[in-house]
Design a protein around this ligand. Structure first.
Ligand code: DGJ
Length: 747
């Protein structure tokens, strides 16, 4: 009797396989994300990867999955019902119900004006409660990118509590999963780590809310079936566009399905959603490549430059930043001398860093003055306008440093507004770098932060660039502004407050270049990049560290945004002494700048700098807007780091090669230049040398040769490096269409 009962239960479980009745497909040029609606109106995930055009098999497909082991892979998984995995959505409903089971109501698809972007909204409703969820997908055809965000609408009688509210959920099936993610800390950000996922959950997260990307980054490259390869294999890559706490979960279950949920970190962030209100999650950006990491990076870079990064077409100027050259110790003359040298070397902007403000509490170090944004009269008696004018007369743009979200306890502003400081309720605020964080959930603080930017811009009409720093994260969270029962909203309201300020700034100052600095490497994510032209990639300017930091950063974020500076030796962070050429060659793989005291440079070094800066101006459009082809990873054990940027028409390219380990004099590199056109001919020219020792300098090669055989410059000693410009040749002359796209646009 007992046995028959068990068999009946088993049969019921197996038979609970639903027939699919409808297919919803999101297609890009090469990819499909396919979901189905079952006859019971469940929305199931079916496929994300190479394009599949037919619907029929997805209608017929059966999963054979036993329902009592958990539901079939949902498109947006919820807590309750038969889901036992980390839910994308977890809610306590108005009546105390802990279950949410979403059913399909309808979906709409529309195409945006530029025809490249389609939007699909899938409308879902909870089976028992008046809770509505819209899954919103945008597909970017050419870029092969899909973004997802979610709207959660409460139509219940009372407030509901959101516990988990991730932006995306993706249950993937492969034979093995190799997660490539980033780790580090201040001054060693974005180090790549590959983990073969085993059963259970691996999460990437931040609970710091500010400077969230020092230790981990809200992005990943997931290689399917085999370890990550640059040119081969299937890779799913993702990045969250959110400047606060995040969590990305990779849960490998008993079906060997990898359930990915990603979005705002639920940590201490229960959100009370009032009736008739909607909660919007940030965008999760996803792509898939069957040409390894290279294809995935190029998709993300294209999408970011076309749709996310602020003001992508403005060429980011080369610059001299005052920080490592002068720190807090300067007067007018120090700065104008630096500007003279910057102009002489051919740089295009001077940025005055920390230390220019505070009078009652002068900012002569990290302990005082932060928050008092009045020009320090002792150091700069003629004010900012005098300096900015001086720069402009020298043919330079002028930029200035701000850290508007923070204050020193030793400042007029901190003494005037103790209620603006983030601190645990009833407790003392903790200091970090001797500073406190302002509570951006408070609209008064938002007004103040906006006014800091606005008033600084008013100091001179010649300010073209703001370096927006943020040198601490959240500790002992708490807001005086938010009520006791809304303290868990703090993390989200802080970021929303920050975005409100960014919006106001962008309305009033659409052209000014704003760098997301955040202690270097602290806000490297696509939420911040919607408002910023660039990031300060790391406070570590040491070139060997930068090889790893920039390699990691540019796996997800394009070189257009990564500030990369030549600094003095011994390096201030690592003590390492490296050749100036190596430092320039490496800095030229991003947005080139300098950060040192030019008067400490020899005439010879200044001449070299002049040459390298002039060369950079010739190739930077390819670095900023071209396709990135990585040749040697600094992790691959060859001792080389090498990469190539090629313009979209494959007419021009620039190759960088670095020897980072002793080669034993017997080994030479073989840089195969994937990404060129096999049917074109190219002329190669070595840059940043007065005389090249590479036999291929000024030689013409077929694309086939460069792709299949590659180049073998002599880079044998540690810190040997080379930069090679490559240009299409037609009838022995440079091709007619090789003009710089930036010149063509008058930039
Ligand atoms: C941290 C930044 O990343 C540095 O570049 C510099 O601006 C300092 N802060 C100034 O305090």
């Amino acid at each position: 009797m007992k046995r028959t009962f068990m068999i009946t239960i088993l049969l019921c479980a197996v038979l609970q396989v639903f027939a699919q009745q409808k297919v919803i497909r999101l297609d890009t040029k090469d990819l499909s994300l396919i979901m189905t609606v079952t006859e019971n109106n469940e929305l199931l995930f079916q496929h994300f990867g190479n394009k599949i055009t037919e619907d029929a098999p997805f209608i017929k497909k059966k999963s054979y999955r036993r329902a009592d082991y958990g539901t079939d892979p949902q498109m947006y998984s919820t807590a309750g019902g038969r889901n036992f995995r980390e839910p994308a959505l977890r809610i306590t409903h108005a009546n105390g119900d802990l279950n949410t089971e979403l059913i399909y109501i309808a979906h709409q698809q529309l195409t945006f004006k530029d025809k490249n972007v389609n939007q699909t909204v899938v409308k879902l409703k909870d089976k028992s409660n008046r809770l509505y969820v819209n899954l919103i997908f945008k597909t970017f055809q050419k870029e092969n990118v899909i973004t997802q965000n979610v709207e959660i609408k409460n139509e219940e009688d009372k407030e509901i509590v959101l516990h988990n509210y991730y932006s995306t959920y993706l249950p993937i099936k492969a034979n093995g999963y190799y997660l490539n993610s980033f780790n580090g800390s201040w001054a060693r950000e974005m180090f790549l780590e590959e983990t073969k996922l085993t059963h259970g959950i691996k999460s990437i997260e931040s609970k710091k809310n500010v400077r969230t990307t020092h230790t981990e980054n809200p992005s990943f490259l997931l290689s399917l079936n085999a370890p990550l390869n640059e040119n081969y294999g299937e890779v799913i890559a993702g990045a969250l566009a959110w400047s606060g706490n995040y969590k990305l979960n990779f849960e490998l279950d008993e079906f060997n399905v990898l359930n990915i949920s990603a979005g705002i970190n639920p940590y201490a962030s229960q959100y009370h959603l009032k009736p008739h209100n909607i909660f919007f999650t940030p965008d999760m950006v996803l792509t898939y490549s069957n040409t390894g990491a290279g294809g995935a990076s190029r998709n993300l870079h294209d999408w970011a430059r076309n749709y996310q990064i602020y003001d992508p077409m403005t060429i980011r100027p080369t610059l001299l930043n005052s920080w490592e050259g002068a720190y807090f110790k300067f007067d007018e003359k120090t700065l104008t001398d630096m500007m003279d040298s910057a102009a002489d070397m051919g740089l295009e902007m001077f940025v005055l860093d920390d230390g220019w403000f505070g009078n009652n509490y002068p900012r002569n170090g990290t302990s005082a003055g932060l928050g008092d944004w009045q020009v320090n009269k002792a150091k700069l008696p003629r004010g900012i306008n005098y300096l900015a004018n001086y720069a402009v007369k020298k043919g330079l743009k002028f930029g200035i440093w701000l850290e508007p979200e923070m204050v020193n306890p030793q400042s007029d502003i901190a003494k005037k507004h103790p209620d603006w400081i983030v601190k645990n309720r009833g407790g003392e605020a903790t200091t970090m770098r001797q500073q406190w964080l302002l509570d951006l959930s408070n609209p008064q603080v938002q007004d103040f932060v906006f006014s800091v930017f606005d008033e600084t811009m008013k100091l001179s009409p010649d300010i073209s660039y703001i370096k927006w720093d943020a040198n601490r994260h959240v500790e002992a969270p708490g807001s005086t502004f938010l009520s006791a029962d809304k303290q868990s909203h703090f993390w989200i309201e802080y970021v929303r407050g920050l975005y409100k300020v960014y919006e106001r700034i962008r309305q009033k100052y659409p052209k000014v270049i704003v760098q997301a600095c955040s202690s270097g490497g602290g806000r490297v994510e696509y939420g911040a990049l919607k408002y910023h032209q660039e990031i300060w990639t790391s406070d570590n300017t040491d070139v060997l560290s930068r090889v790893f930091i920039q390699y990691g950063t540019n796996l997800i974020y394009p070189a257009l945004v990564s500030g990369s500076h030549v600094s003095a030796v011994p390096n201030h962070q690592t003590n390492l002494v490296t050749p100036l050429k190596f430092r320039f060659d490496m800095a030229m793989t991003g947005r080139l700048g300098m950060e040192l005291q030019p008067k400490d440079m020899s005439t010879h070094d200044q001449e070299f700098a002049k040459m390298a800066i002039a060369n950079y101006k010739q190739i930077r459009d390819i670095v900023m807007y071209g396709d990135l082809y990585r040749i040697n990873s600094p992790y691959d054990g060859t001792g080389f780091y090498s990469l190539m940027y090629a313009d979209k028409k494959k007419k021009r390219a620039v190759v960088f090669g670095f020897c980072i380990n002793y080669q034993g004099r017997t080994l030479t590199p073989k840089f195969r230049l994937n990404g060129l056109d096999p049917n074109k001919n190219y002329r190669l020219k070595e840059l940043n040398v007065t005389k090249s020792n590479f036999w291929g300098d000024e030689e013409t090669f077929s694309g086939k040769y460069l792709i299949n055989e590659g180049i073998n410059p002599q880079l044998q000693k540690v810190f040997d490096s080379g930069v090679y410009s490559i240009e299409e040749i037609e009838d022995g002359k440079p091709s007619k269409n090789n003009e710089d796209p930036c010149d063509a646009e008058g930039k």
